[in-house]
Design a protein around this ligand. Structure first.
Ligand code: FES
Ligand SMILES: [Fe+2]
Length: 472
């Protein structure tokens, strides 16, 4: 396998050199044989200039010495960042997916649209039942606590000295202090910032009231709710159930991440205004693949301009299928996706990507891919931050043959495709009963809806407040 990949890498290098040489030949209109000579000469001049720049004798009295040192330091940093620093692309509400109206900014327009958008009738529950990614593990260090508001709940999360993560209801039963705002981690417990009552993470019981009479007992009602949490794949997950039921499935561990076979190369974070179900439904919506994701990613994320004829020489081709898994994995749906890139109407197998996406419950997707350089995975987590506000995070882990710049490029490509979806999601309304037509494609969307409905409690009746305008 590694030999095959090495050969492919050599082939792609030779192919790139051949294409560049023939382009140079056309532009300069000189024989191909002279192109090689020109390249060697240019490389020689460039490397001797670079060597001169790097090996200068410092004259500490000259300001140029310091300027040069600063440029070198910056270059070193830029090179390190480009090659090694993981990608971190964050797009907040209103940053992408809206079209600015008149003299208003995109964010102002986003607010108007939120106010006037007809959100549709009979919306399904906003917070389905299942495991949800709360945050990446690196966001919470040992001994740290944070206030959180997601899934319609106010929470406090902290990491004890035993490195375990705990999530509690945050309001102190003594007199309402917020444990997530100034609460200190003491051992594996959390101390209220107001009068120092201390709560145990495992069950939320108060275990210490420092000023209480020695003879008195801590009241049994001195406790807060402790939530069910697990941590794996570099993520902290919380179990949410509208009726308070215990988990009936677990989040699968990705062995290659746990064993360190695959390396973390970056993340993206997007905030989107839509119902949570719109996002996983994309996986079963085959028609949108050609429509929204057909134009090459370089054509941008704006649905109005991505069809520009300038980029029409390159086109993504997708074929896909979606099916639910049989029991006991009924909570998992599987998307098989094949990606190919056509340039001037010709396919280039070196750019193929085979993807198997597992939708695990209502808000987790593992997208395993196989590229010419080897395998990897995108983790996608959809976390409902409010009724119609989703945080979507992607992380990429790859094998060692996919060098960091290539992995970051893969991550960026995925992010740009998602940003096109965001333009649809931000502006569309949720339609409870879409106008399906007789087709395999619409049948699949319907099937996905039936599958997804298992994550809703019948008793959970969503209410969207009139003033819920999601200002940002
Ligand atoms: S309010 Fe928390 S200890 Fe008093
Ligand atoms: Fe999509």
């Amino acid at each position: 396998m590694p030999v095959r990949r090495l050969l492919l890498a050599i082939f792609m290098l030779v192919f790139t050199i051949a294409v560049s040489a023939s382009v140079t030949e056309k532009i300069l209109q000189i024989p191909l044989i002279e192109v090689g000579g020109l390249w060697v000469k240019a490389m020689h001049t460039a490397s001797s200039r670079l060597a001169g720049f790097l090996t200068f004798t410092p004259d500490l009295t000259s300001p140029w010495t310091y300027a040069r040192a600063a440029i070198l330091a910056w270059l070193g940093y830029a090179l390190w960042a480009f090659f090694w620093r993981p990608l971190n692309r964050v797009r907040k509400l209103g940053d992408v997916g809206y079209v600015a109206e008149g003299s208003f900014t995109t964010k102002e327009t986003a607010n108007f649209i939120q106010r006037r958008k007809k959100n549709g009738e009979e919306l399904p529950p906003f917070y389905p039942n299942g495991w949800f990614g709360l945050m990446e593990s690196f966001c919470l260090k040992k001994g740290e606590s944070q206030a959180l508001n997601m899934l319609g709940m106010e929470l406090v999360i902290y990491r004890g000295q035993n490195n375990r993560v705990y999530v509690l209801d945050p309001y102190c039963p003594h007199n309402g202090g917020h444990l997530g705002v100034g609460g200190r981690v003491v051992g594996n417990c959390l101390e209220c910032p107001f009068h120092a009552w201390t709560f145990r993470g495992e069950d939320g019981k108060c275990v210490s009231i420092p000023y209480m009479d020695k003879s008195a007992k801590i009241p049994s009602s001195a406790k807060v709710k402790s939530h069910i949490v697990t941590e794996l794949n570099g993520w902290i997950y919380l179990w949410h159930h509208a009726e308070g039921l215990e988990p009936n499935w677990s989040v699968p561990e990705i062995e290659e991440i746990a064993t360190g076979q695959w390396t973390y190369r970056g993340r993206t974070e997007h905030h989107i205004n839509c119902h949570i179900e719109e996002i996983p439904e994309n996986g079963a919506d085959l028609v949108h693949l050609g429509q929204v994701h057909g134009p090459i990613f370089a054509a941008g994320v704006d649905l109005r301009t991505m069809w520009s004829t300038f980029w029409s020489f390159a086109q993504h081709h997708w074929s896909a299928d979606w099916s639910p898994c049989p029991e006991p994995d009924g909570h998992i749906g599987e998307v098989k996706l094949k990606h190919a890139l056509a340039l001037f109407g010709r396919m280039f197998p070196g750019l193929d990507l085979d993807v198997t996406a597992k939708q695990i419950g209502p808000g987790i997707v593992y997208l395993y891919f196989e590229s010419v350089l080897g395998p990897g995975v995108y983790l996608q987590h959809v976390t409902p931050m409010g009724p119609l506000h989703q945080k979507v995070t992607h992380n990429i882990y790859v094998n060692t043959y996919i060098v960091p710049p290539v992995a970051k490029f893969y991550m960026l490509g995925e992010a740009l495709m998602v940003e096109r979806d965001i333009m649809i999601w931000n502006n569309k309304q949720y339609v409870r009963r879409p106008l399906y037509v007789a087709s395999k494609e619409d049948k699949l969307v319907k099937k996905h809806r039936e599958w997804y409905s298992q994550f809703y409690s019948k008793l959970d009746k969503p209410v969207l407040r009139k003033d819920n305008t999601l200002d940002f």
